[in-house]
Design a protein around this ligand. Structure first.
Ligand code: KG4
Ligand code: ZN
Length: 337
């Protein structure tokens, strides 16, 4: 079976073709970074319009890359939520309409389930059950995964997501959008321990996160210090270290609490090399293993949507004919497979 995946929930148009026997056949990605750069963040209306322009040409490019056509496709998966409603509507209406026209089923995919299952596209796949730390621009979640669609949310952010905190702090440091990866790069030049920021909510039990206080601590430090390049790098280093320490403490807690020793990290922030290195170290100490997607599949992409959609296509879980988006969609409300 072969599926076409469409991702359009935020500022990336991602298209992929996935075959359940041959694996990923094509993957096309267009990033809207340039469209939003002048505004310092994503402008939803501009995002929607750009998805309209790019989706069909990218689908054509994916077919050319895979060497197949619509007649070879058994279903279409599109991101139905969570995300920006206008952006979601573009992928939803194109995906739903093509499926109708080609007389094949459509599958509505949950964006965070796409992230969560992205490591399954790699060679070394985690067995169930595992703990998943999902860290993106919109969500921070610790999830116990018993199987596909069997998600128990153990903790989540009560305010900003980890990626959002990275982006906002980067902006305060004068870095261009998208700030997360730029802040991580700047932190490489930072002197450790010149500044020390709090590790929010680690002294209390539980697995929830909070990053807005950390962002405020960084803002105050930026205001009270010179704005030379070294100071900025030192602040970036302190901020990144505090976020990573906090995530690592919570991962250890979740693994201990559940007795599970397999950890998945996914979502944009899982591209962070320091976070990966720290979690590798922790998992070695626990005789466990950490799994993550290749870097290009940490951030938004069509391959993860095609993969997640394939699992639901095979289970016969199709979307109805109406074009429904779910800008807010709890991951633990998904159907089990
Ligand atoms: O998963 P994603 O592409 O989009 C959402 O679903 O939100 O995640 C994007 C987020 C952004 O906040 C971006 O700054 C962050 O991931 N990010 C990073 C890194 N690469 C991307 N944050 C820290 N370090 C990185 N290397
Ligand atoms: Zn995402």
């Amino acid at each position: 079976m072969r599926i076409l995946g469409i991702e359009s929930s935020c500022d990336e148009t991602g298209i992929a073709i996935y075959d359940d026997e041959q694996g990923l056949l094509a993957h096309q990605l267009y990033s809207q970074v340039k469209v939003h750069a002048d505004y310092g963040g994503v402008v939803p209306e501009l995002a929607s319009r750009d998805h309209v322009r790019k989706t069909l040409p990218l689908i054509d490019a994916a077919f050319a890359q895979a060497g197949c056509g619509p007649e070879d496709i058994d279903g279409i998966a599109y991101t139905a939520g969570p995300g920006l409603v206008g952006a979601l509507l573009v992928g939803t209406s194109i995906g739903r309409s093509l499926a109708y026209g080609w007389n094949i089923p459509a599958v509505a995919v949950h964006h965070m389930e796409g992230h969560l299952l992205a490591p399954m596209l790699e060679e070394n796949v985690p067995e169930f059950p595992f703990i998943a730390l999902l860290v993106s621009g919109g969500h921070t979640m610790m999830v116990k995964v018993a199987g596909i669609g069997q998600y128990e949310v153990l903790g989540e952010s009560v305010d900003d997501a980890a990626g959002e905190a990275f982006d906002k702090t980067a902006k305060l440091l004068g870095l261009d959008y998208p700030g997360g990866p730029r802040l991580a790069k700047l932190a490489e030049q930072g002197v450790p321990k010149r500044f020390i920021f709090p590790r929010p909510m680690t002294d209390k039990p539980g697995l929830d996160f909070s990053f807005s206080g950390l962002k405020t601590a960084a803002a105050i430090t930026i205001r009270n210090n010179d704005d030379d390049q070294q100071t900025k790098a030192d602040i970036a280093h302190a901020f990144q270290t505090a976020v990573i320490d906090t995530l690592v403490i919570k991962c250890k807690r979740a693994l201990k609490q559940t007795g599970i020793n397999r950890l998945v990290i996914a979502g944009g922030v899982s591209a962070n090399v320091q976070l990966r290195a720290q979690l590798e170290r922790v998992m070695q100490g626990m005789q466990g293993q950490v799994y993550y997607p290749r870097t290009e599949f940490c951030t938004d992409n069509g391959a993860m949507i095609a993969y997640a959609g394939m699992q639901r296509l095979k289970a016969g879980q199709f979307a109805s004919l109406d074009m429904k988006t779910k800008p807010r969609w709890p991951i633990d409300s998904l159907e089990a497979i």
